[in-house]
Design a binder for this molecule. Structure first.
Ligand code: PMP
Length: 456
């Protein structure tokens, strides 16, 4: 942790494991961004984690803002979550039969989200979004979907068109970042996706309502749904402009399309319920994941009965899963939501996140490094903008940021015991275990890290 004067850490064991891992798994990892490709160096291999602190296999300790890319909001190995899991594990790990725990988690979700009456649990965010799209297409009898350039909704083929997150992180600098809408349409983000698979995927820019209208005007009566992260989180964090989500809602309603809010990242993180509660916008279908699984593999798609009852077995839209509604995952999700339901939980998240954001802004200013700090509740990004005072409100501005500076910042903090996401385009996730002291330590380390950026 924030080891201002301590000797430089060593990563010998991580390096050895990384060499072995690279021989056995592509890039040595189970998900691309973990390989540190965008920032260079060796990924730290984690030995264990508790609260906000990660310990790597070399014994180095870090204040963790990756939080498993969002699920860990109550802290690692939170004692209540561990107790719930310990209790559940002794009763068997999977049955392929319904359990009361599913009812409990589903009722917490329906209670929190006014747009939701029914929930179908799946195992990941990817499954949630791809199933939501199937449902939207079935419900509307239309094929076209619209997503944002730089928006990420998991790795289903049809959604890998101009995707954010790891796809953006691994993009060659300057390539594919400044595309105009027309050129960008329907191009797969990865080999292995036939152009025909994304031919039904239309693109728009986040925070550009006129652009969305133009897409609808060009395809009257043909669009099944917009799928959107209500707060963009996979090009770095970008909040929706006032009226943007309401405008999309109107557009969908007027044209008989559905609005799918992908709240895999934002759900129960930015507010009880998620971004739709924060911005008072009604989704037709909501996708959830991350926090509702408390660190276990869970996703869900959810909506009103009239839509959800189209899903098998009561309706014709097929979707299934051997491990869906898994009892361990339900137990972790329920206990995490119980923690968040306690009075003051979101206030604490807000306070700690604001403390961090303010400290980072001041530290950057003192070091003369221009940044834009985008934050909604407990998700935020430090963007290394080209000039003082520049803002990041869209994809073009996000991708114009200096990824080399981010790299310097990332490593300066890693060596000082602060673990940030290894990409300019992933969010920082403070949680309930980040105490004021830990945030102060983070800010102290960041003062030096911004100085290093200033000198680079
Ligand atoms: N949607 C959003 C908004 C996400 O941020 C992510 C993952 N970061 C996904 C979907 C995909 O979720 P998963 O990685 O669990 O498949």
């Amino acid at each position: 942790m924030a080891r201002k004067t301590a000797p430089a850490p060593t990563y010998t064991h991580s390096e050895t494991l990384f060499q072995r891992a690279k021989d056995l798994m592509p890039g040595g990892v189970s998900s691309p961004v973990r390989a540190f490709k965008a920032v260079g160096g060796t990924p730290i291999f984690v030995k264990d984690a508790e609260g906000a602190i990660l310990t790597d296999v070399d014994g180095n300790k870090y204040i963790d803002y990756v939080a498993s890319y969002g699920p860990i909001i109550a802290g690692h190995a939170n004692e209540r979550v561990v107790a719930a899991l310990s209790k559940a594990i002794g009763r068997g790990t999977s049955y392929g039969a319904p359990t009361e725990a599913e009812i409990q988690l589903a009722s917490m979700i329906t209670g929190a989200l006014p747009s939701v009456e029914m929930v179908r649990f799946v195992n990941s965010g990817t499954e949630a979004t791809m199933s939501a799209i199937r449902l939207a297409r079935a419900a509307t009898g239309r094929d076209l979907i619209v997503k944002c350039i730089g928006g990420y909704h998991g790795h289903a083929d049809q959604l890998l068109a101009e995707a954010g997150s790891g796809v953006l992180t691994l993009a060659e600098p300057g390539k594919s970042k400044k595309k105009k809408l027309a050129e960008a349409e329907s191009k797969p983000s990865t080999p292995g996706v036939p152009p025909s698979t994304v031919a039904n995927t239309l693109l728009m820019h986040f925070n550009d309502l006129d652009g969305a209208k133009a897409v609808f005007d060009a395809h009257p009566g043909k669009i099944a749904a917009i799928i959107i992260e209500p707060i963009a989180g996979n090009m770095g964090v970008v909040a929706p402009k006032a009226g943007y989500l309401a405008g999309l809602r109107e557009l969908c309603t007027a044209s008989g399309a559905l609005l799918i809010l992908d709240e895999v990242m934002t759900g129960f993180r930015v507010a009880w319920g998620g971004a739709q509660r924060l911005y008072d916008v009604q989704a037709d279908i909501t996708c959830l994941g991350k926090v509702i699984g408390g660190g276990l593999p869970v996703g869900a798609y959810a909506g009103p009965k009239r839509l959800m009852e189209m899903i098998a077995p009561i309706g014709p839209v097929y979707q299934a899963g051997t491990l869906s509604g898994n009892p361990l995952a339900m137990a972790a999700g329920i206990s995490t939501l119980e923690i968040l339901q306690e009075p003051g939980a979101y206030e604490t998240l807000e306070q700690r996140s604001a403390q961090l954001a303010e400290g980072l802004m001041e530290a950057a200013k003192d070091a003369g490094v221009p940044i834009a700090l985008n934050r909604v509740g407990a998700m935020m990004t430090v963007f290394f903008v080209p000039t003082e005072g520049a803002t990041v409100t869209n994809y073009a501005q996000a991708t114009a940021c200096d990824t080399e500076k981010y790299k310097t910042f990332f490593h300066a903090l890693l060596s000082r015991g602060v673990y940030l996401p290894p990409s300019q385009f992933e969010a920082f996730f403070p949680g309930l275990a980040h105490t004021e002291e830990l945030i102060d330590q983070t800010i102290e380390a960041a003062e030096e890290a911004f100085e290093a950026v200033g000198k680079s």
